[in-house]
Design a binder for this molecule. Structure first.
Ligand code: ZN
Length: 201
């Protein structure tokens, strides 16, 4: 099986880090690239940890005077859930299609529905610049665990452990409860009462 994996009958080439799309569009070669997320300087600011990689496979093509690149990208972000503040993983697996523009003006003049990427003065682009905006686009602005049950996982584990403990210590619990009742009856300045009042405001 190994020899098929490395044979060239499926033409997948590694992507040069900087390239001229016009040259790569001359045949229908499929390209692939793995980029560490740490290389994306703007994206990494939105991540909890810049570990992991982005993977993409794509082809170049021509439409009239334009060069296009289309394919699929996938990655996994480490983000902070804004509901429980715990780390969470966010999977991205999306198709993309970009049209290369020679200038900012050419990019602005493109019809709606096209996703322009601006080349440098030499007609080249760095592979990080090709994907960074798209990756940022797929980063949720307010990341949250998909299911509410996934939040506060540690608390759920704790409460289950507590329940088990309670089941074996019913007698102790009853004793504690009666003590607490007596306390709140006798002492009006119980610190817990202060906390209760604070909660109301
Ligand atoms: Zn959460």
């Amino acid at each position: 099986m190994g020899q098929f994996r490395y044979s060239s009958w499926v033409m997948v080439k590694p992507t040069p880090s900087r390239f001229n799309p016009d040259l790569l569009a001359r045949d229908s070669t499929q390209y692939s690239v793995n980029l560490p997320l740490g290389q994306f300087s703007r994206l990494r600011e939105t991540l909890l940890e810049d570990v992991g990689e982005m993977h993409a496979t794509f082809r170049f093509s021509r439409r009239k005077d334009s060069v296009l690149v289309s394919g699929r990208l996938s990655t996994c972000y480490k983000l902070q859930c804004q509901r429980c503040l715990e780390p969470m993983e966010y999977l991205v697996d999306e198709p993309f299609e970009f049209v290369f523009a020679k200038t900012e003006q050419a990019a602005r003049d493109m019809p709606d529905g096209l996703d322009p990427v601006v080349l440098d003065d030499n007609g080249q682009i760095h592979v990080v610049d090709l994907f960074e905006d798209e990756l940022i686009l797929h980063t949720p602005t307010v990341p949250k665990h998909e299911q509410l049950e996934q939040c506060d996982v540690s608390e759920h584990v704790l409460s289950t452990a507590e329940l088990d403990q309670h089941a074996g210590q019913d007698a102790n619990d009853n004793e504690q409860e009666s003590n607490e009742t007596a306390d709140s009856g006798n002492k009006r300045k119980n610190p817990f009462d202060v906390l209760k009042n604070l909660d109301l405001h």
